[in-house]
Design a protein around this ligand. Structure first.
Ligand code: KG4
Ligand code: ZN
Length: 310
């Protein structure tokens, strides 16, 4: 009914990345306003809410605790169920907000600023983690290279825009491969290779190959994601592919992901860009799924936040 997103990008931009302490404080000062605005836009009163869904993790612990404590207060006061939601499962749920005809089994690739993970879903609401990054997340790699080149924050959308003007074949990047047969990702090698090229070729905004460099690096990140996905498809033989998380806003990634699905004759699904970035609608949708499952939820005041994937 309403989905209010308050960006903190401006607050973190001067530091070139999220400052956890600033993030928690900003959550604290804006949460009442955001919830109030959400109710206003949906023309609802708090006593009309049947249940509260809130992100438990993974994420920054301070920010998670602010949301969780606020939701606990509301659930307790109004005597309504409180449903703890996993951030990555909620990203996957964002696809189901718009597309209901997804056949299973499915593979879901979650690509964000903090996570790069693949889940196997035998059926709806059934998640098996089969690969994740061992170091940087894909979004983090894009953000760090943008920061290094002094392009602004967050770097992902900036690279998305600037890379369009460049030739993605100009700079060569080796795609990381796991030697132990695992389906994990690694982006720190790619980031180091990019830093080396920046130094060797003197890449800056004034270099004639600046856009080519960004296009090549963006393409390397996309190739790393899709080459791992290709291996996963071979092993798990899904019927559908899902792409979600903040980096799924990237236009070139969206295009290559759809082409990848077509080549393998698999149906592929990506949420609309506004539902790819962190948002409350995906958390509420996941909460509704859990509520409908028939499981009894009491006030659960002992729910706790977790910083890492559980
Ligand atoms: O899922 P998300 O909103 O927050 C986390 O859970 O991390 O993802 C944020 C990440 C950031 O790294 C940001 O640079 C990246 O998503 N991002 C993009 C684009 N828009 C956001 N990366 C590439 N292209 C974009 N258009
Ligand atoms: Zn996220």
């Amino acid at each position: 009914m309403s989905n209010v997103v308050l960006s903190q990008d401006e607050i973190h931009a001067p530091y070139g990345g999220v400052v956890p302490e600033l993030a928690s404080r900003q959550h604290l000062t804006s949460i009442s306003y955001v919830v109030g605005e959400c109710l206003k836009r949906s023309q609802l009163k708090l006593d009309q809410i049947d249940a509260y869904a809130v992100t438990q993790g993974p994420g920054l612990i301070g920010a998670l605790l602010v949301g969780l404590s606020f939701a606990k207060g509301l659930a307790y006061y109004f005597g309504k169920p409180l449903i703890g939601i996993d951030h990555l499962e909620a990203h996957i749920e964002s696809v189901f907000l718009e597309s209901r005809q997804i056949s299973f089994p499915a593979l879901a690739l979650v690509v964000s600023g903090g996570h790069t993970s693949i889940f196997f879903m035998k059926k709806k609401n059934d998640y098996q983690l089969i690969g994740r990054t061992r170091d940087d997340a894909a979004g983090e790699a894009l953000d760090k290279i943008a920061k290094f080149l002094d392009l602004g924050y967050p770097g992902g959308p900036i690279i998305d825009k600037l890379a369009k003007k460049g030739n993605p074949q100009k700079f060569a990047f080796a795609i990381p491969q796991m030697t132990d047969g695992s389906l994990d990702f690694s982006f720190s090698g790619l980031k180091t290779a990019a830093l080396r090229q920046i130094r060797d070729f003197n890449i800056s905004k004034n270099n004639p190959h600046f856009f080519d460099f960004l296009a090549s690096f963006e393409m390397a990140v996309i190739r790393a994601l899709l080459s791992n996905l290709a291996q996963t498809v071979k092993r798990f033989k899904p019927q559908s592919l899902i792409l979600c998380g903040g980096v799924a806003r990237n236009k070139k990634l969206r295009q290559h992901f759809i082409e990848f699905g077509k080549e393998l004759d698999l149906s592929s699904f990506i949420p609309s860009p506004s539902l790819c970035s962190d948002n409350a609608a995906m958390v509420a949708a996941m909460g509704l799924e859990k509520l409908k499952s028939g499981k009894r939820f009491s006030y659960f005041l002992d729910l706790n936040a977790y910083p890492r994937f559980s």
